[in-house]
Design a protein. Structure first.
Lengths: 175, 329
């Protein structure tokens, strides 16, 4: 009985121990004015698990990092040049921030510009809307993932397919 | 109030409502209509609003005003904002205006705006103002843009300023860089080494994620194990537990070597924790050897051995398990 009491108390105290990972809550705004063209599933029913946003115009809108916080962004350029309709899987340009808790927020497919470099900023431009990587048209793919799985809760309830968004529109919250 | 008086009052009010406008006009002199004036979002207007709002008892309202100023900062006239910042002497307002300038820098509307804030953090005569400007740079990329500012702040004459600077480095590493940016970690270690305040050094080191620590800063951190303050030695031992793979061997050697000569119980506990973090299950033979050095540390070492043998592969979970074991003991 005494052991059970101790174990129960320990379990309660263990729950009270603060998490080692830092807690954060960051609002995400649209990276440019456009329309949400895909969310959790494509029209075909295939899992997507991210947001696709497109203005329909290639190499036009400056793509902003969107997250309302100062974060260090790692910008990887895999394809130089203006490409609007895809350059093959794995060749997309990418801006990402890896959080201490193992989650990563990524933006894909933009076209390289003079703004495409690593830096710490709050909603800065990293390129233009384009179709580098696995894409059939110009858009940005915004993804929040952990251990290889795409998270969908960050945008659920904030935006839906077909919604027109601009840079002041909240499209999700990262936690 | 008696009921009949209430009735009269109501009747009077009704009469006033029903009276023709002309009759009212005759009884009062005609007043000129107030002219409607267009108002733009100005620095002065925002400051007035902020000054009033900072006295509000509502934390949510105060935070809302802060957020409004930071968001509006990108479209405010730069000259006016800088002038207002230079003029202001109230620390609370200085902090808000500094935060607006930092926001302009972070949003890339005016990349060098942060330099004015850094200058004031280093040079203002009032320590409360210096502390306020340091706070305004928290959770931003200030450490990349301000040269050796943090090392200089560590030697500031005011303990409040030194502590605020340490807090910035901790939170920047944790939230802006998420522990993944080596130069940010190195800046924090260099600042800790430059500090002459053991309390600040200890606070900075014990909260630091060192997984991306550079080799040069790693050497400096090893040197902190010989510090005269037990608090600093303790936090340096904890910080060394998380260093990258290339620096693990010398760190482990240093911690084990130090354990035998260390007299402070708190530092010894930290040394054991550092060794455990560096080796996980591989640290068990080393910990067994250290068990006989100080019998009073045997329960602590046994708890670590039990935790490390559980096979858990994540440091955060191991720490939790260790705390759980201590609680049930």
């Amino acid at each position: 009985m005494r052991f059970m009491k101790k174990t129960a108390l320990a379990a309660i105290l263990a729950l009270a121990v603060p998490s080692v990972a830092a807690a954060y809550s960051y609002t995400v705004k649209s990276p440019f004015p456009g329309t949400v063209t895909a969310t959790t599933y494509y029209s075909s029913g295939t899992f997507h698990g991210a947001l696709d946003i497109s203005s329909g115009r290639c190499n036009y809108w400056g793509v902003e990092t969107g997250v309302m916080a100062s974060l260090s962004w790692n910008v990887t350029i895999r394809t130089s040049g203006v490409y609007c309709n895809g350059t093959g899987s794995g060749t997309q340009n990418e801006a990402k921030h890896a959080f201490a808790n193992g989650k990563t927020f990524r933006l894909w497919h933009f076209i390289k510009t003079s703004d495409s470099f690593d830096r710490t900023c709050n909603r800065c431009q990293v390129g233009n809307e384009g179709g580098t990587g696995n894409a059939t048209g110009p858009h940005v793919h915004a993804q929040y993932d952990q251990s290889g799985s795409n998270l969908t809760g960050w945008y659920s309830g904030y935006t839906t397919k077909g919604e027109a968004v601009d840079r002041s529109e909240t499209i999700g919250v990262l936690e | 109030m008696p009921r009949f008086l209430q009735g009269l009052r109501a009747l009077g009010g009704l009469a006033l409502m029903l009276a023709p406008p002309a009759a009212l006009a005759q009884s009062t002199p005609p007043a000129a209509k107030p002219a409607l004036e267009g108002e733009s979002c100005s620095v002065r207007g925002l400051m007035d609003q902020l000054r009033q709002g900072l006295g509000s008892s509502s934390k949510a309202y105060r935070e809302y005003l802060n957020a409004v100023l930071r968001e509006a900062a990108v479209s405010l006239p730069s000259g006016e904002l800088h002038a207002a910042f230079d003029r202001e002497t109230d620390p609370a307002m200085v902090e808000q205006l500094a935060a607006a300038l930092v926001a302009r820098s972070e949003r890339e509307a005016e990349k060098d705006a942060i330099q004015a804030v850094a200058r004031r953090a280093l040079e203002d005569r009032d320590p409360s103002v210096r502390a306020a400007t340091v706070r305004a740079m928290r959770r931003t990329g200030a450490l990349e843009k301000t040269g050796d500012m943090y090392e200089r702040l560590m030697r500031d004459g005011s303990p409040e300023v030194r502590m605020e600077a340490a807090q910035n480095l901790i939170e920047d590493n944790q939230y802006v860089y998420s522990g993944h940016h080596g130069p940010a970690t190195d800046t924090a270690v260099n600042a800790a080494v430059a500090s002459t305040d053991p309390k600040v050094t200890a606070k900075l080191l014990e909260s630091l994620d060192t997984r991306k620590l550079g080799p040069e800063a790693g050497q400096k951190l090893l040197g902190m194990l010989g510090h005269e303050s037990a608090d600093v030695r303790r936090s340096a031992a904890l910080a060394l537990g998380g260093v990258p793979a290339a620096q693990m061997a010398p760190a482990r050697e240093a911690l084990v070597g130090m354990y035998r000569g260390e007299r402070d119980a708190g530092v010894r506990k930290a040394l054991v924790q550092g060794i455990a973090e560096l080796g996980f299950a591989d640290a068990v033979p080393e910990l067994r050897k250290l068990r006989s050095v100080d019998p009073s540390m045997a329960p602590e070492i046994d708890a670590w051995i039990r935790v490390l043998q559980s096979g858990v592969q994540e440091w955060g979970l191991l720490l939790r398990e260790k705390q759980r074991l201590q609680q049930v003991r």
